[in-house]
Design a protein around this ligand. Structure first.
Ligand code: HEM
Length: 530
């Protein structure tokens, strides 16, 4: 009897005890696994990646545990980062050196370790490629194992989402095959009419300003230029540029503004999840953009051909990766709006500043436009004949192409040329601003604005032509290149015959690198009628 009672009591008493022990064991085990994983992820893996690079002759500053080289960066930046320049003094020549002021740590490490070096931001190991020969090898590397860094999607989620700029492998191939043909030369040629109309609106508004200001207007050109690029982008994307699209592009600008520099660069891991004021603002604007694109999409269905329609058609076929069809449409649409407005916009703004600071080249370009157009309206044939303009645009994008880094992540071990194997997990950075100012590649006048250097093409200007990378490298080069160049040409060809410009005494020459390389306080010009 006693035995039977004990048998009955056994489960009632012991089972919960076992359960508690089980739960405790599971807890201890999972803590142990997490610790092991943490040690592997934060300490062993970065050490292993760094050792693999060092073994191949690529050295760099010694990282600290967990934080990597963040402490070094803070030390160097607090010493070296230039304070904002004062107003531009027209008696002095404009300094086109900006790398050591923007990211002094990269300049210092280049001096210490050579043009290629390795460093760590937290647990992420980087390979910085500043050597023209290695850039050339990279540009020949076609493997899909060179993808986009995962930190871009994590840190830039609200801004970029899962569109073409952040995806890799087969999902990227599908996005690329969908998007790139929409910017082929024949498609871009058809956008000329739109560009001329938008450019004409800009010219008329400056004419009015100059007139009301008594012959010379002090104009901050940024908003005018970005309205021009937004309207061109909008008509390509949606077939129209009306109130709703104007709100969309202005929200995209707000999102860029609140996005600032990525946290992987400023050193606060997991910071992106904190509901700070800035982050809440980003999440709010992101949602607004999502809603507006959805609304436009409903209306666009009846509008016929547009890039949005192309995205919709491709969203239910091909490899979407981790995207839902809706994300495929909306994230790509948002990315394209942002890129097509901001990058040619910022490049065109820098270009106006450079032309204003170099009246001799401004005059040559004006004379060429007047000679070729002879009072007639612009067309593609006339644009193609503008040789001086071509040189000027090449020099503008050499110095200030707007884009910060060309970034890649090795998604498997990747051979670059014959000598280097980049181990899986390493991020690669190429910095065009530094590469395009390298005296060994461009000669002693690398820091001068000299469009004439391109008179014999890129090989005549640069010792290793494939290290001229304003539009990136390899299979991921910019698909919007033709559109971007044509926008610059049209804008300058419309402005130059009407206006001459010089730099306003209120201009402050402070390049800023957040999402893109832009003029921190905008570009302010003194504009007169010719
Ligand atoms: C002067 C103007 C422009 C410049 C200097 C420029 C520059 C660049 C650069 C450097 C890249 C990175 C390439 C790489 O990672 O190797 C890029 C990518 C890209 N650009 Fe542009 N761009 C310009 C205009 C445009 C325009 C007008 C569009 C049209 C939407 C556009 C769309 C894109 C897209 C979609 C990508 C991502 C390509 C991919 O990852 O497959 N760009 N651009």
């Amino acid at each position: 009897m006693e035995q039977t009672l004990l048998l009955y009591a056994f489960p009632a008493f012991v089972v919960p005890m076992f359960c508690m022990m089980d739960a405790f064991l599971v807890f201890v085990l999972s803590m142990f696994c997490m610790m092991i994983y943490g040690v592997y992820d934060f300490i062993l893996r970065p050490k292993y990646l760094r050792a693999k690079l060092v073994k191949q002759g690529i050295d760099g500053p010694t990282p600290t545990l967990i934080l990597g080289n963040y402490p070094d960066i803070q030390k160097i930046e607090s010493k070296e980062r230039a304070s904002d320049a004062t107003a531009y003094n027209s008696n002095e020549s404009l300094s086109l050196e900006c790398c050591s002021a923007l990211l002094p740590e990269l300049s210092q490490w280049t001096m210490e370790f050579g043009k290629n070096f390795t460093f760590a931001l937290g647990k992420t190991q980087f390979l910085y490629v500043g050597d023209g020969d290695l850039v050339r090898e990279m540009s020949l590397c076609k493997t899909l194992d060179l993808g986009k860094p995962s930190y871009m999607r994590k840190e830039r989620g609200p801004l970029l989402g899962k569109g073409i700029l952040t995806t890799s492998k087969e999902a990227w191939v599908h996005q690329r095959k969908t998007i790139a043909p929409t910017f082929f030369v024949d498609k871009v040629k058809n956008m000329l009419g739109t560009m001329l109309d938008s450019g004409d609106t800009l010219v008329k508004s400056w004419e009015k300003l100059v007139e009301t200001e008594g012959g010379i207007a002090d104009i901050k050109v940024d908003d005018y230029v970005k309205t021009f690029t937004s309207s061109v982008a909008s008509i390509a994307m949606f077939g129209r540029y009306e109130a709703e699209e104007q709100v969309l592009f202005s929200k995209c600008r707000d999102l860029m503004e609140v996005s600032g520099s990525p946290t992987v660069v400023d050193g606060r891991p997991f910071y992106r999840y904190y509901p700070t004021k800035k982050h809440r603002e980003q999440w709010k604007v992101e949602k607004e953009i999502y809603r507006i694109i959805q609304d436009i999409d409903k209306k666009c269905k009846s509008q016929g051909e547009s890039i949005l329609q192309t995205l919709v058609d491709a969203s239910d076929k091909g490899e979407l990766g981790s995207c839902t069809p809706r994300q495929f449409i909306i994230d790509n649409c948002k990315e394209l709006c942002i890129v097509a407005m901001e990058v040619p916009g910022i490049t065109a703004i820098w270009g106006l500043m450079l032309l204003a600071a170099h009246p001799e080249w401004q005059e040559r370009a004006r004379a060429e436009v007047l000679e070729i157009c002879g009072g007639q309206s612009l067309d593609s044939e006339k644009l193609n004949k503008m040789k001086v303009m071509k040189l000027i645009i090449q020099e503008i994008i050499r110095l200030y192409s707007g884009v910060g880094f060309t970034a890649r992540e090795a998604l498997a071990d990747v051979n670059i040329g014959k000598n280097i194997v980049v181990p899986k997990g390493v991020n690669i950075w190429i910095w065009p601003a530094a590469l395009h100012r390298d005296r060994e590649l461009w000669g002693p006048d690398a820091l001068k604005f000299n469009p004439g250097r391109f008179a014999n093409g890129i090989p005549g200007a640069c010792k290793i032509p494939s290290s001229f990378t304003p539009f990136g490298i390899g299979p991921r080069t910019c698909p919007g290149m033709n559109l971007g160049i044509m926008e610059l040409k049209v804008l300058y060809a419309l402005l130059l015959p009407k206006f001459s410009f010089s730099i306003s005494p209120n201009y402050r020459h402070v390049p800023r690198f957040d999402v893109l390389l832009e003029p921190k306080y905008g570009v302010q010009l003194l504009v007169r009628r010719v």
